[in-house]
Design a protein around this ligand. Sequence first.
Ligand code: PGA
Length: 240
Amino acid sequence: MYFIANWKMFGTLNSLNSLHKVVKFFKTFKKNKALKIIYCPPNTLIRPMSKKLKNSHLIVGAQNCHQNETFGALTGYVNSYMLKNVGAKYVIIGHSENRRAGETNKLINLKIKSALKSRLKVILCIGETLQEKRKKVTKQILKKQIRLGLNKIKNRSDILIAYEPVWSIGTGLIPKSNELYETINFIKKNYKKYKVLYGGSVNPKNINQLKLINNLDGYLIGGASQNSNKFIDIIKKSYN
Ligand code: PGA
């Protein structure tokens, strides 16, 4: 199971102080062979976090990258090669917060290609808005996001898909269990061999409900992942 922490634009060097709790938890957790913990902090923390997590089996990733894997005169941007260089092993691409800010499926496709070239593994985020859910076009939307996002990409082993309904991110709402099961099944049937995670308001309470959905390969966790105790609680409960 994957547990991916998406810190978004939160965190300073001080935020790294509680990571030892998660490192210790991982070491002593009996089922840790089947567990992958990946932290995606802001870019400013990738290097110090990688140093802190050295030899811990916890992995560091990034939250986005520019589509050019070469250097360029692009003020304020960071590419996949640079992220890899400071210790990232994964990168989240296509998060709805970035789609909302203008990222298209085509741009996302270019970003994924550049990340793979830099030998980063990719967490591709997909998900429908509330409006799309109401219109009952969720499946079409997801299919389109995956088809265009993964256009001409063959390397399935280095890509995870994170299904994150836009309406569930940061709202405390999660999909009904049967609906989530069906959606994950739909993705897996259409795009065989991809690991599929769920993201959107995962917390220590609703994990008891989410863990019963047995076709999930893990979770992408935002808010709750910034607190080491909550994050550990989620992982523990999902194995109980
Ligand atoms: P949330 O965020 O857990 O705070 O809802 C999830 C995400 O946006 O990846």
